[in-house]
Design a protein around this ligand. Structure first.
Ligand code: NAP
Ligand code: F7E
Length: 324
């Protein structure tokens, strides 16, 4: 039985990946941080408690991570834990850098010293591209990276240190450069989760309007289930490498709002107000990924459309809020 170790196992991707790996017959281990309300920690993995093994752990506590890797001896390490919110990274830049950059270095050191035969996946991000863009308006593995947020800068350090460790210590350490991906498990302070939850609350008479930031930025949105499948394919390739994971379709935040409100029989323009509080000091205006490499080398392709994903999210929030 293959063993996987997942950091961020109770996050959107970690919990989705845990389900995928369990279905593939893996023994799944992961760390969660201590929280004063334990129910909050378990929300996304409640139904998995008898199937996975979780341990308290924090990326900053390197000796505890080392001990766990020494004891578990995983075959595959999926390093997904991070302070993952871009706007919040402007409010807590040092914390974000410690977690996303130094936290990754802590993980790599523990991996190198305790289980170097394992394979290591780093959750790199399209946010690393920032304003870097190719002449055809796409971002791909070779595109210049000019990040526009503390989050993107910290992830860029992590990306490079993973490449450095791969070459210096002959480790199987890979980067998946994932564009935005969502699901019903997405935190409700990311834009898709916020718009879906807000629109459903408006429909149910629980909210009068929704305050938003930049409606004109563009994102390439895919589904978390498709993207964790890509993570597993990346680690099971014959060699460690970098791969962009994206749909190749970009939409504005405005178009996404229009779609969600229309599904509920509402006009978004009647309910959305702009609040500068949600603007970022520097915005990443446009993302559109070219995933040709992973499509051709690994045969990956997305299976869930944007529309199906948003409808799944609407149904999730409708069921959840109707019960409350
Ligand atoms: P998420 O839902 O925010 O999950 C992040 C996880 O990391 C949570 O379980 C969180 O635990 C944990 N965590 C944060 N700080 C930690 C620390 N110091 N020690 C241990 N655990 C810690 O994020 P996601 O959407 O699943 O994303 C997974 C990874 O992919 C992240 O690294 C993210 O930056 C990256 N990424 C995401 C996207 C996307 O569109 N979703 C795209 C590209 C890359 P708590 O619940 O305790 O906070
Ligand atoms: O914002 C705009 C906002 O917070 C998307 C993370 O998973 O993907 C994610 O980062 C866009 C931005 O995601 C609001 O300005 C407008 O242009 O959903 P988001 P993100 O910043 O792209 C990358 C790839 C990651 O790696 C990250 O971990 O939407 N926007 N109004 C808003 N965004 C939010 N959150 N809230 C608003 O009210």
């Amino acid at each position: 039985m293959r063993k996987a170790f997942i950091t961020g196992i109770n996050g959107q991707d970690g919990s989705t990946l845990a389900r995928l790996l369990l279905n593939k017959g893996y023994e799944v281990h992961g760390i969660v941080r201590r929280n004063s309300i334990p129910e909050h920690q378990e929300l996304r993995i409640d139904d998995l408690t008898n199937e996975i093994k979780t341990y308290y752990g924090d990326l900053e506590h390197s000796s505890a991570i080392s001990r766990l890797l020494r004891e578990i001896q995983p075959d595959e390490i999926y390093h997904l834990a991070a302070q993952s919110h871009v706007r919040i990274s402007f409010e807590i830049p040092l914390y974000t850098a410690n977690t996303n950059a130094m936290g990754t270095l802590n993980m790599l050191e523990a991996y190198r010293l305790e289980c170097p035969q394992a394979r290591f996946y780093q959750a790199s991000s399209s946010e690393m591209f920032g304003t870097g863009i190719d002449a055809d308006s796409c971002q791909r593995e070779t595109t210049t990276m000019l990040p526009t947020s503390p989050y993107g800068c910290a992830k860029l350090f992590a990306y490079h240190i993973v490449r450095n460790y791969r070459k210096a210590y002959k480790l199987f350490a890979s980067n998946g450069i994932l564009f935005n991906h969502e699901s019903a498990l997405r935190g409700s302070n990311f834009v898709t989760g916020k718009v879906v939850k807000g629109a459903v609350m408006i429909k149910l008479g629980m909210l009068s309007h929704l305050e938003m930031g930049n409606m004109d930025s563009h994102r390439d949105w895919g589904h978390s289930r498709d993207y964790v499948r890509a993570m597993h394919m990346i680690l099971n390739h014959s060699e460690p490498d970098e791969f962009v994971v994206a749909t190749g379709v970009t939409r504005s935040v405005r178009d996404m709002c229009d779609f969600v409100f229309s599904q509920l029989g509402l006009n978004y323009q009647d309910y959305i107000r702009i609040n500068p509080k949600f603007f970022r000091p520097e915005e990443l205006p446009f993302l559109k990924g070219d995933a040709t490499k992973i499509r051709t080398v690994l045969g990956w392709q997305p299976e869930i459309s944007f529309e199906e994903m948003m409808i799944e999210m609407i149904e999730y929030w409708m069921n959840k809020l109707k019960k409350s």
